[in-house]
Design a protein around this ligand. Structure first.
Ligand code: ADP
Ligand code: MG
Ligand code: MG
Length: 251
């Protein structure tokens, strides 16, 4: 079943009106894993942020249909409620707020919107505890303040934990592998694989073929200057690894 359809999407930076996305086309069906690769500055992060409705960007053309609805008519919060996930990790530490409280608040906000009763601290503890195994996190991690002294690996695991807590039909993971050592990368990959079902999909942005060996993508897309210029399977990533982006553009 069709999940996401992006047609000729154009977007500019809100402030400067500089065009970054110059006609992106992408179709994602339920259960698929899509990887987007591309040089630095090609527009990958902009694309993911435009999907979730980041205010830094303005859509100037094209369409995004998500689960049959016009995503562009929806506020960022509504998009998230509709089943679109992107890590909401703030880069800052939040003194005095523990990670578990933060996740509990985020989850309760979701439940309120869905008309479900909120979970108190003890219930939420019961809900989140089994999910810690998935990301290979110790229970003490939940009691640390948000982002306080998180290592790169812990931040990334925390992103996946957020995803596990909130759930999503389409999870957008932007450079989930950056700065991870091999063990952390395997943990993150295992966690993402553990969350994948027949029904939900992942759109992941990555520079590294390593991750694609663990989370097997249905399709790999290459983004270049604000467009997806090539789509294929793992062979694209192998060409990339061997000969760089030049080889892809020419192929
Ligand atoms: P990628 O994720 O592929 O490395 P980005 O989407 O982050 O690329 O950026 C694409 C281009 O748009 C870059 O040249 C970047 O500097 C520019 N850009 C993106 N967002 C902004 C912004 N908010 N303000 C100014 N320039 C931006
Ligand atoms: Mg970049
Ligand atoms: Mg980026």
């Amino acid at each position: 079943k069709l999940l996401l359809q992006v047609k000729d999407l154009r977007a500019v930076i809100a402030e400067s009106k500089q065009e970054i996305l110059k006609g992106v086309n992408l179709v994602v069906y339920e259960g698929e894993v899509h990887a987007i690769m591309g040089k630095n500055g090609s527009g990958k992060s902009t694309f993911s942020k435009v999907l979730v409705g980041h205010p830094d960007y303005e859509v100037t053309g094209g369409s995004i249909i998500f689960k049959g609805e016009n995503l562009l008519d929806m506020e960022p919060e509504e998009r998230s409620l509709a089943g679109l996930f992107m890590s909401f990790q703030s880069p800052v530490e939040i003194p005095g707020v523990s990670n578990i409280d933060f996740l509990n608040m985020a989850y309760n906000a979701r439940r309120r919107k869905l008309g479900l009763p909120e979970l108190g601290p003890i219930e939420f503890y019961g809900y989140i505890s089994p999910k810690l195994d998935l990301v290979n996190m110790k229970i003490e991690f939940l009691n640390r303040n948000v982002n306080e002294g998180f290592s790169g690996g812990e931040r990334k695991r925390n992103e996946i934990l957020q995803l596990a807590v909130l759930g999503a039909d389409l999870a957008i993971l932007d450079e989930i592998d950056s700065g991870l050592d091999v063990d952390a990368l395997e943990d993150v990959a295992k966690a993402v694989n553990g969350l994948l079902t027949q029904k939900n999909s992942v759109l992941m942005i990555t520079h590294y073929i390593r991750l694609l060996k663990s989370i097997k993508p249905t399709y790999i897309h290459i983004m270049e200057d604000g467009r997806i210029v090539k789509t294929g399977d793992i062979t694209i990533a192998k060409i990339l690894e061997k000969d760089g982006y030049k080889a892809i553009s020419a192929a």
